[in-house]
Each structure stands twice: as structure tokens, then as C-alpha cells.
Design a protein around this ligand. Structure first.
Ligand SMILES: *[C@@H]1O[C@H](CO)[C@@H](O)[C@H](O)[C@H]1NC(C)=O
Ligand SMILES: *[C@@H]1O[C@H](CO)[C@@H](O)[C@H](O)[C@H]1NC(C)=O
Ligand SMILES: *[C@@H]1O[C@H](CO)[C@@H](O)[C@H](O)[C@H]1NC(C)=O
Ligand SMILES: *[C@@H]1O[C@H](CO)[C@@H](O)[C@H](O)[C@H]1NC(C)=O
Length: 563
């Protein structure tokens, strides 16, 4: 064995074998070199190794036949050096998985002719890093996957041989995953991803990790790939309402279709697992379900039937939200609708007894009870609290019973038959509630001459008896929903004072009468409104000369007062 220095600090191990099987010429000279030596590196001196005389070498025409289509090596004919002509890549030259890689050559000299067999073993160096065919691996894993479940990962490849090939894998720190490395029969390493802690999509929907493959070379080389785990949803969350219970005030007489409340349940799951359907629970009575509607899709609760405070003051209901997942889950909430009173009832007085057959003797002492009255107002609070009034100049007074449910009409003094022999008494009961605006007339009737100037005021409406302050501010509007649109299209109203304008000139021949509705709304809370019908008659208007002749209302049983 000869050790011979080569450039760049590399060493070549040379084995010389002389198996003298067929006599002197039949010897195989064996060398070993690492792959990837640079061109020009000397492998061995053949003159010395083969025992040839340097002086005769040129004359004897030493030459090299490489048994392969590429000329990796050559001989310096003057020095007898065998040197690298082209860099040798072991992985290119030989099958990756073979344990040995040889390049065979013949060296021939003439005079006398001799052939030497040379075998060059190419040793592996760690010139390749492990690499993954795909640098990103996508995995979809259900959040219900049990701990311990394994998912195979793509292997990395490293063309180098033996210890220079892949040795191990590493995974970046992960709370939920580990890897398990296994060896194949051929020594190759592959790895599985193992779930070590249950997944929860609602906490973390994706997990990103980096897998590193490392080879066993010195120094080691490595390659990486990302692993992206997408967590698939399972229906593991029930819908939940924003609150467990809701309490809502609703003014009685609210129009049908008014929105009471929009319930909102949310479900942390995804897709149909979080699509929600709302329904009243079985414990919500039929009567309540008739009074309020529940939109199953959007959770809107609306008035389905006019509610009256005097009938029913509190509606307790229960609503269930159910998701559309495979195994549906549900959540519920309680809903209380408190009906608020509106001053929609008049006080009522009923005479319970009328003593002395409505006769009072002159000697009846002051305080004698003349009549006993029951008083009621179905409204509550201030809306149901009453005050009474009697005409000022009569010798009678009103006295409440201790419980306030009855009133007695009593004499204030001795009655003097000679000064007045009978009394006609009007007792007025008034509640303390806020009255809704009342129109000065109901219905309104207007007579309008034809050929009016378009855009001019035609008549005015107004409310009476309105309170002071905020509640007093009344706004007028035309109820276009319930009125004939052909008519209201050319009418407008001054919101602040109820003056009505016509954008069109009336023509008796084409329109003789029409009707529409006006609503007056106050600015109280809740706001109260009233509604009035307006009837309009168009007057036929001739003015030939001095005489003005007004012709009206021909086929109607109505005549303007002044006609
Ligand atoms: C409902 O009305 C009552 C009485 O007016 C009031 O005390 C309460 O705060 C109101 N509740 C809501 C939720 O508006
Ligand atoms: C319903 O509740 C969810 C969660 O609280 C919220 O994100 C969403 O905006 C709410 N939707 C409505 C219409 O209030
Ligand atoms: C209503 O207001 C308008 C515009 O300010 C005015 O022209 C009209 O005379 C008012 N009508 C009444 C009845 O006050
Ligand atoms: C006004 O009264 C008419 C006739 O009674 C009715 O059809 C209409 O709904 C009422 N409008 C409002 C806003 O109350």
C-alpha cells in the first residue's frame, strides 16, 4: 500500500494487487479516490506503480482506455502521472444505492506491448444535502382525531451513500405533534407525524411546522420542508345567545309586523355546523306563539297580533337555537316582553246608587250622600289615575271612598228649593296620562275650487289640546301606505304645521272627489299618534264675467254649508 499526497490536502489510498493468475501481464492495480476531486489532481504515478522506466515512457506510447464513454482520467506521458481530467460525481457515475462504485481502465504500452488493468474505486463524500421533493406538505386533520393517530410524511432524499445519507429528522417544537422515525429494510429513514394532544379548531385552525432531514456526513447537511396542518371542523360547539335572558319593553297597540327584538346566537364551529335555526321551545304557549312571530333564519321577533296591556302584561318565552351540523347541538335563552301601557282607555263613571229617588229634602244636612259612583280607567299608572271636576257654582261636592274605588256625591250645604228646584250635574273624570294628538275635526272635509295654482297651499289640518314641552311637538305626515297613491302623489304636507299643498291643478271634469289619511305624531316616548280621514271635494268653477258660479258635489248628498 502506497500513500501518495495529492493537491489540496486530499489523500489517495492505493492498493496494488498482483494476482499472478495468467502470468506477468495479468495484474489489476487498484486505487481508491474520493469523488469530486478537482481536474488536474494526480491520482497515482503509473510509471512507478507499474515498474516502467520513465526514460522510455514517451517512446513506448503509454495510453489510457477508459471503459466508459467519458474520459474522466488521463496520463501525463512524460511523468507517468494518472490525473483527473474531469471531476467525477459518484452519484452520477454509479447507482446511488450500490455500496461500491468502480471505474475500470486499461493502460497500454508498446515495445513490448503490455496491458495493465486498473480499477479505480470512487468513494462517497457528503456532497449532497437531503432534500424534499415537495417543500410544503398539506395535511387535513379532523379536530376529533384521537391522540396517537399517525400521518405519513413525504421522505427526504439524499443521493449520498451510507452514513452520508439521511440519518434522522427533526420537527420544530409543537404542542400537538411529534414525529416518529422509522428505518426501512434498505436503511432508508422515513417518518410519521403523530398527534400527541387533541386538536381544537376553534382555538387554532392551522398548525405550521418545519421538518428537517439531516444526513450523517461530517459536517452534516440538511434540508427542510414545511408541514401545514389544517384542522377540520366537527360540530363540537353549541349555539350560544349573546345573553341568557332578554327583557324587552313593548308599547301596547304596536302595529303588526313591528320588530320587537333580533335575537343573535353564535356558534364557534364552521360552515353548516354554525348555521343556526331559531324556534320557540315547547314551553312557549300556543297563545304566545300566536302573538309574536319568530323568524327561524335571522332570529327576528315581531308583533303578529296587536297586544293590549289590559289583556296581558308580560309574555315569557323561551327560544332555542339549533345548528345544522350532523349531530345538531342547541342553546336557549329566555325572553320576557313587558307590555307598556298607552293611554288608550277613557275613564268610566258608573252610578252605583242614587239615593232618595233623586229627591233631596231641604233639611238634609250638609254631607248627605246623593249618589255613589264607581270609577274605572283600564289604563295603569298616570294613564289610569283620574281627577274629577264638578261645576263650580253648585252646592255639591265629591268625596272619595277610603280605597279610592268609589266616589260619593254629597251635599255641601242645606239645599234651598226656593232658589233652585233641580240640578243637572255633569261630573268630568280626566286621567293624567298623556293624550295622543287629537285632530280639530275628524273626519276633515274640504271644498277646493278647481284651477288652483299648482304648488299652492290648499288647506290646513291641526291638532288640539296638546301638552306643553317635548310631547307637544307634533309632526304631520300623509299616510301614503293606506291612501290612494294616485292622489297622494301630487299632495305634500308641511310636517310642522299641517298645511297641505297640491302640486297639481284640480280639474272638476276629471276628478270630483278624493280621500286620504293624515297622521299626527308627537315626540314623546313612546310617541303617540292619531289618524284622520280627509275628504276633498273639487268645485266646478266658471267665471264668465261678473257672476261667479260654483257648481259642486252633483251626485253627492253633501252640500257645502255656504251653498
Ligand atoms: C322597561 O320599562 C321600565 C319602566 O318604564 C324601565 O324601568 C326599564 O328600564 C325598561 N327596560 C328596558 C329594557 O328598556
Ligand atoms: C351576533 O353575535 C356575534 C358574536 O357575539 C357578533 O359577532 C355578531 O356581529 C352579532 N350579529 C348581530 C347581527 O348582532
Ligand atoms: C305653515 O308653514 C308654511 C311655511 O312656513 C307657511 O307658509 C304656512 O302659512 C303655515 N301654515 C299655517 C296654517 O300656519
Ligand atoms: C289610518 O286610518 C285608516 C282607516 O281607519 C287605516 O286604514 C290606516 O291604517 C290608519 N293609519 C295609521 C298609520 O294608523
Amino acid at each position: 500500500v502506497v500513500r501518495q499526497p495529492v493537491p489540496k490536502g486530499r489523500y489517495v489510498f492505493i492498493f496494488l494487487l498482483f494476482p499472478a493468475i495468467f502470468g506477468i501481464t495479468s495484474a489489476v492495480t487498484h486505487y481508491s479516490i474520493p469523488e469530486e476531486m478537482v481536474a488536474g489532481s494526480v491520482v497515482a504515478n503509473l510509471a512507478t506503480d507499474l515498474g516502467l522506466d520513465l526514460k522510455t515512457l514517451t517512446k513506448r506510447r503509454i495510453r489510457l482506455d477508459v471503459i466508459s464513454n467519458r474520459k474522466y482520467l488521463d496520463i501525463n506521458k512524460e511523468t507517468g502521472d494518472l490525473y483527473i481530467a474531469e471531476k467525477i460525481d459518484r452519484e452520477y457515475l454509479c447507482n446511488i444505492k450500490t455500496s461500491s462504485c468502480f471505474l475500470k481502465m486499461d493502460v497500454t504500452v508498446d515495445n513490448p506491448e503490455r496491458i495493465f488493468n486498473i480499477e479505480l474505486e470512487i468513494l462517497d463524500i457528503n456532497d449532497n444535502a437531503p432534500h424534499f421533493r415537495r417543500d410544503t406538505m398539506h395535511l387535513d386533520i379532523s379536530e376529533s382525531t384521537p391522540v396517537g393517530e399517525r400521518f405519513s410524511l413525504n421522505n427526504a432524499v439524499d443521493p449520498d451513500f451510507g452514513s452520508n445519507s439521511i440519518k434522522t429528522y427533526y420537527l420544530t417544537e409543537s404542542e400537538h405533534f411529534d414525529i416518529d422515525i422509522q428505518s426501512g429494510r434498505d436503511g432508508s429513514k422515513f417518518t410519521n407525524l403523530v398527534l400527541k394532544k387533541p386538536l381544537d379548531r376553534e382555538k387554532q385552525a392551522t398548525h405550521n411546522m418545519i421538518l428537517t432531514a439531516v444526513d450523517g456526513g461530517v459536517p452534516a447537511r440538511s434540508g427542510t420542508a414545511s408541514i401545514i396542518v389544517r384542522v377540520l371542523d366537527v360540530n363540537d360547539n353549541a349555539p350560544k345567545f349573546d345573553k341568557d335572558s332578554y327583557t324587552i319593553n313593548l308599547t301596547e297597540n304596536s302595529p303588526i309586523g313591528s320588530l320587537v327584538l333580533k335575537l343573535n346566537a353564535s356558534d364557534l364551529d364552521k360552515g353548516s355546523n354554525s348555521d343556526i335555526v331559531y324556534a320557540f321551545s315547547l314551553y312557549t304557549s300556543e297563545k304566545k306563539q300566536q302573538t309574536f312571530s319568530l323568524n327561524p333564519e335571522n332570529g327576528e321577533i315581531r308583533v303578529k297580533e296587536i297586544v293590549s296591556y289590559e289583556d296581558f302584561k308580560i309574555y315569557d318565552m323561551e327560544v332555542i337555537a339549533t345548528d345544522k351540523g350532523g349531530n345538531p347541538l342547541s342553546g336557549q335563552c329566555k325572553l320576557t316582553i313587558l307590555i307598556n301601557d298607552m293611554n288608550d282607555n277613557h275613564p268610566e263613571i258608573s252610578i252605583k246608587s242614587f239615593s232618595m229617588s233623586s229627591h233631596i229634602s231641604e233639611d238634609a244636612p250638609p254631607g248627605t250622600v246623593v249618589a255613589l259612583m264607581g270609577v274605572t280607567d283600564l289604563d295603569s299608572g298616570m294613564n289610569g289615575k283620574m281627577v274629577f271636576s264638578l261645576p263650580k257654582d253648585i252646592p255639591f261636592d265629591l268625596k272619595p271612598s277610603p280605597d279610592g274605588n268609589f266616589y260619593s256625591l254629597v251635599t255641601k250645604e242645606y239645599i234651598d228649593k226656593e232658589s233652585k228646584s233641580s240640578y243637572d250635574i255633569t261630573i268630568t273624570a280626566k286621567d293624567l296620562g298623556t293624550p295622543s294628538p287629537t285632530f280639530a275635526q275628524s273626519p276633515y272635509t274640504f271644498y277646493v275650487a278647481e284651477n288652483n295654482k299648482p304648488g299652492n297651499a290648499v288647506f290646513s289640518l291641526s291638532v288640539v289640546d296638546i301638552d306643553e314641552g317635548e310631547n307637544a311637538r307634533v309632526s304631520y305626515s300623509i299616510d301614503r301606505m293606506n291612501s290612494d297613491q294616485g292622489v297622494t302623489s301630487f299632495l305634500s304636507i308641511n310636517e310642522a304645521n299641517g298645511t297641505v299643498y297640491s302640486l297639481r291643478s284640480f280639474d272638476f271634469e276629471s276628478l270630483k272627489t278624493f280621500q286620504f289619511f293624515v297622521v299626527a305624531t308627537d315626540s314623546g316616548t313612546p310617541s303617540l299618534s292619531s289618524n284622520v280621514t280627509v275628504n276633498v271635494f273639487i268645485l266646478d268653477y266658471y267665471s264668465p264675467g261678473a257672476n261667479t258660479f260654483i257648481h259642486c258635489c252633483e251626485n253627492l248628498n253633501i252640500r257645502p254649508k255656504w251653498l
